[in-house]
Each structure stands twice: as C-alpha cells, then as structure tokens.
Write a protein that binds this ligand. Structure first.
Ligand code: PLP
Length: 316
C-alpha cells in the first residue's frame, strides 16, 4: 500500500471559541478514496507481511456492514491478494451495501451463524479455517494485531512533523487503533501526550486489558491515556435521533462528515466533555478522523438515516 501523510485541519465551532480551544482533525478519512482511515493504517503492514511470507491469500472476520471487511476487500484487490471474509449472519446479507461492494472487489463471503462467529478468536476455530483455506493469512476482526499497532503508530510520527498538541482523541471499537496511538506516542515523544479513547460499545471496560495486551512493551510505560466508556449512546451500532441531529449540525458547521457509529460518537463526546469543563483553556486537541463513511451507505439502506442529510453514496 502506498505511503501517504494525512493532513491536519483546523476546525471552527462556537463551543471551541467559547472555551478557547484549538481543535484540529487528523484527516485519516482522506488517506484513501475507499479504504477507511484507521483500517488503511491497520492493513498496511498486515498485507506487507502476508506478501513477504508468501501466503496465498488473506482471510478476516466481520459483521455484514463492517468497515473493516469493506476496506480489506478493496485493499486485497489493489494488491492482487485473493481474500475471504468470515461474516456473522445469513447469506442474504451478501446483497447489502457493504458486501455488494466487497464481493464486487473479489472478496469471497463465508457466512457463519452467531454462535460460530463467537468462536472467531478460538484456536480450534482458527485451525479449522486454516485447514479449509490453507496458506491464507488470518487477520483478526477489525484488523487489530501487532502489525496493525505498528501501522497506527505512524500517526504519531506524522504528527511530530505537523503540530504539537496536548490531547489526541480517537473512537474505540476493538482497541487496536488506541493501542497504536499509545505505542506511537511512547516512541516519538519524550513527553507523553494525553490520549483519549471514546468507546463506542457498551460495557467496554474489558477493553483496557485488551489495549494493554496490544500495545508495544514501550507503550506499556505510557500512563497518560484513558478509555472513556460512558459515551456509547446505547451501545454498538446504536444511536438516538437527537444524537444524529447534533452530529448533522456539527458536520454542517465544520464542513466535514462524521458518521454516527464511530467518529460521530467521538464528536458528541468531545462536545459533552467541553461543556463539562473537561479541557483547560487553550488546550490543543487533535481528533483522529478514522473514516468509516461507507457505513453510511448501510445505515441509509436500512432506513436508519435520511439520504438527503449525508453525502451521496457510490453505487455499482
Ligand atoms: C473500525 C473503526 C474504528 C474502531 O477501531 P478499533 O481499532 O477497532 O478500535 C473506529 N472508527 C472507524 C470509522 C472504524 O471503522
């Protein structure tokens, strides 16, 4: 995957002005036209490793509207890597927004029921998949492994040449991205920046251990990060109409697009934290825009969002 540096963009909002905050967005959403920002970072060294080691293909896991599967399918097509998605759910999902694109780019769909999907981290299930698809490199759900951490850590290398800051914020699903930021910050800087993760799923406290498992040994020494677990707005994949309205207003105000599943929860958390006086005056905040805009296609298709409120989605 080609090398790129994502831009840092200052954004304006009345609340930032009122509280005298300097807020910038690290535009990883713009790293690639199709591959979602943090997934681009996470796949980069996974696919390089797979090629170096001479694997025949790639296999990974996801839900039927997964940003990871969408990014994975396109990245594999770009690199001429045969690929398989192990998907939670029934075969008729194959025609939804996300999987139609993934199949179009050549991903083979292997559907499993929820009970089987729960075994996605189990060694015996991985062994079964290895037997079924020999010579395929298996990437965990969300792409989160040590190679992903190396890729995400490069956000901090880039920031070191772009701007100094006080606090870096990211949405958190599996924790791989947050682990990458912590690891990157522990190498690049002699001062530990504050790194905040906003969990998008309910009861996400368990992720703190998962993040510690994923960070590099040096990253383990970083003690200025936090996972905030009370901004999930109902749980993974859930959001309320009022949240969506606030988000649409924020998008209009800033001229950027944040979707309600991941990056939007970070935005709403930011606005809430500002109103709660969480940040000091003149604090320099960077928001990592992790992308995920393809997810809007699925939410519009399901009637959960109104198409006219969002940028047009690509059609086949
Ligand atoms: C996958 C995803 C995340 C979550 O990243 P993790 O590394 O799993 O925590 C955040 N934002 C977007 C847009 C995503 O697609």
């Amino acid at each position: 995957m080609s090398q790129a540096l994502s831009l840092l963009q200052k954004i304006q909002h009345p609340l930032f002005e009122k509280y005298q905050l300097d807020v910038r967005v690290k535009r990883d959403d713009a790293l690639h036209g199709i591959i979602s920002g943090n997934k681009w970072r996470k796949l980069k060294y996974n696919l390089a490793h797979l090629k170096n080691q001479g694997y025949q293909g790639a296999l990974t896991f996801g839900g039927s509207y997964s940003n990871h599967l969408h990014a994975f399918a396109y990245a594999c097509k770009q690199e001429n890597i045969p690929c398989i998605g192990i998907i939670r759910g029934e075969a008729d999902y194959a025609n939804n927004f996300t999987l139609t694109w993934a199949r179009h780019w050549g991903m083979k769909c292997h559907f499993v029921d929820r009970k089987t999907y729960r075994r996605r981290f189990d060694t015996d299930f991985i062994n079964e998949l290895n037997a079924l698809y020999p010579e395929y490199f298996i990437i965990p759900e969300g792409g989160s492994n040590a190679l992903a951490v190396t890729g995400v850590a490069e956000v901090l290398t880039e920031l070191a040449s772009q701007a100094d800051f006080d606090t870096l914020i990211t949405p958190v699903g599996s924790g791989g991205t947050l682990a990458g930021l912590i690891s990157g910050d522990s190498v690049v800087n002699n001062k530990q920046h504050k790194i905040l993760g906003i969990a998008v799923l309910k009861q996400a406290e368990y992720l703190r251990e998962e993040i510690k498992r994923l960070v590099t040994p040096q990253g383990l020494k970083h003690n200025n990060w936090q996972l905030l677990t009370h901004f999930h707005r109902g749980g993974y994949g859930k959001f309320k109409a009022a949240d969506v309205e606030r988000l649409i207003a924020f998008n209009k105000q800033t001229g950027l697009t944040f979707e309600p599943m991941y990056s939007g929860k970070m935005i709403l958390a930011l606005l809430d934290l500002i109103s709660q006086d969480y940040f000091a005056a003149h604090e320099r905040i960077i928001l990592l825009h992790t992308g995920g805009l393809q997810g809007l296609g699925g939410m519009i298709e399901q009637g959960r969002l109104k198409a006219s409120d969002w940028p047009p989605m690509p059609t086949l």
